[in-house]
Design a protein around this ligand. Structure first.
Ligand SMILES: [Fe+2]
Length: 321
């Protein structure tokens, strides 16, 4: 694997066991590359990698090829834990990292302003070591810990993370949380660097459910899952409210908005996929294909697996701290 990006981008993420030759140096550095092994060039999205592979083929590296879609695509399809970054105007840049926990099928999210080094964590799990490591490794300042909702399926890590970093915990104003926290309501925002996490209230899976938006991404918790939606029978949820949140809020977002859910994989009867788009879910999601609110309410009351044992205890523990 040959990374052809500039030094600055490489600092944020690179693939293991690769080599690095920035594309502007490639024309005079081809002599150091091996002719007896295939070379796959890569960048973040793909275009520089294609140009680099073309150049290499013209220099008799016949099997040189580019990683189509770059790290961004690779992270979506193969390894969601690879950080992705979005450029902005001028010096701005946003880093987005999915933090999957295969044992629980949960996804937490790390978002950072690459210039200001300010970050937020969404739905962190109870083992905080990976988050603290990421924060230390990138010299990030954690400005907020955000819960999309009160989880019933796993223990949340907000309090441990708050103790370790002093970052405030944010939850919906409708949450009955008993630990020290700040509340969020529709239309409010949390700033980190020059980025902004905007709040949509999407009750239904639970009464206190929030969807968080940054640029063209929506962190939807369990309101919308890939091909499905979160169940409404593990606490104070309501299928009627969920239908209204889905149709009245999320389905009003543009098709290109990326959907980042809180769960993935077979443990939650979901595909092993980590990201979708509003447009794709609009077209394919079974929950959204219900023809009416009444049909959706019926759909939500039939065919679900038994409630997981101990979910009431988990909810209590997550509300206490
Ligand atoms: Fe949930």
């Amino acid at each position: 694997m040959l990374d052809v990006r500039p030094d600055a981008e490489r600092r944020w993420v690179h693939l293991p066991d690769d080599r690095h030759v920035p594309i502007h140096l490639l024309p005079r550095e081809t002599t150091v590359l091996p002719h007896d092994r295939p070379i796959v060039t890569y960048d973040h999205y793909g275009p520089d990698a294609r140009r680099a592979a073309e150049l290499l083929r013209s220099r008799r590296f016949d099997s040189a090829a580019a990683l189509e879609g770059g790290i961004d695509e690779y992270a979506r399809l193969v390894d969601p834990s690879l950080p992705r970054y979005r450029e902005g105007e001028g010096e701005r840049g946003l880093l987005l990292q999915q933090l999957p926990r295969p044992d629980t099928g949960c996804l937490a999210y790390f978002l950072g302003d690459l210039v200001a080094r300010e970050a937020v964590l969404i739905d962190p799990g109870v083992d905080t070591d990976p988050y603290l490591e990421a924060l230390r490794g990138g010299a990030w300042h954690l400005t907020a810990i955000v819960e999309t909702h009160t989880h019933a399926d796993h223990l949340a890590g907000h309090s441990a993370l708050h103790l370790a970093t002093d970052a405030p915990i944010y939850v919906s104003h409708r949450s009955p949380a008993q630990y020290p926290h700040r509340t969020l309501s529709e239309g409010e925002a949390i700033d980190f660097g020059s980025e902004e996490l905007r709040i949509l209230e999407t009750p239904g899976h639970t009464l206190d459910h929030l969807t968080l938006r940054v640029r063209d991404s929506a962190f939807v918790g369990d309101t919308l899952l890939i091909g499905a939606c979160g169940r409404t029978d593990l606490g104070d949820g309501s299928p009627e409210m969920l239908w209204d949140s889905l149709t009245g809020k999320l389905m009003r977002l543009p098709d290109e908005v990326e959907v980042y859910p809180a769960h993935f994989g077979p443990r939650h009867l979901l595909p092993a996929r980590y990201v979708s788009t509003i447009g794709f879910e609009r077209a394919t999601n079974e929950a959204l294909s219900q023809p009416s609110r009444e049909a959706f309410v019926r759909y939500m009351s039939e065919g679900w697996p038994p409630k997981p044992t101990g979910f009431e205890r988990i909810v209590r523990a997550n509300l206490e701290g």
